[in-house]
Design a protein. Structure first.
Length: 181
């Protein structure tokens, strides 16, 4: 698995690009806004409360790209380079066959199909380029929008699987459609 050169992804309406230090204000907003984070239970040491912490977070996600630990894209509209959300593949299994997907999006862009388009693009990358067998998503049991997004994109609720780190999460997964025909 190698994320260098960084795999910029273009879809019909979006560009998924690398997150830069200059994106620190929007990253701070995405990681600290109450509405965006109302269903995210981050440990205190992973919270982002200042511009400096946002810059540190960006540095960390870019180090993870360089070391092939995880990959995070900034979601932008094709005609606007400003990030409106992020989407990532992370928490790869030791054999690099399973990964977890995570995402966030500014509230004013929610409900417009943007995250669905981003999700489809990253699933395609994960299954086609990385040859993943399975992608998991952990979302709060009360986050109806996220659960609906996952179900509309063919994720299945795995009710028998428990998130030991957060008992309030529901676990969803999607298997690689190429391998599971």
């Amino acid at each position: 698995m190698n994320f260098i050169p960084f795999p910029k992804i273009e879809s019909k309406n979006l560009i998924l690009r690398r997150v830069l230090e200059s994106d620190c204000k929007i990253i701070l907003y995405l990681r600290s806004d109450e509405e965006i984070n109302k269903f995210i239970e981050r440990p205190e040491h992973r919270k982002t409360k200042t511009i400096e912490e946002a810059k540190k977070f960006i540095l960390q996600i870019n180090e993870n790209i360089e070391t092939n630990k995880s990959i995070t894209w900034g979601i932008t509209l094709k005609n606007e380079p400003k990030i409106i959300g992020t989407i990532c593949l992370w928490n790869f299994s030791e054999d690099n066959k399973t990964a977890e997907i995570g995402y966030d999006l500014e509230p004013k862009f929610q409900g417009k199909g943007i995250m669905s388009e981003s999700l489809k693009s990253v699933l395609d990358y994960g299954f086609t380029t990385l040859n993943l067998d399975l992608i998991e998503a952990y979302t709060h049991q009360k986050n109806e929008n996220s659960k609906t997004l996952l179900e509309r994109n063919n994720f299945k609720l795995i009710s028998a699987k428990i998130d030991e780190d957060n008992l309030n999460n529901a676990v969803f997964e999607i298997k690689n459609p190429i391998l599971n025909k």
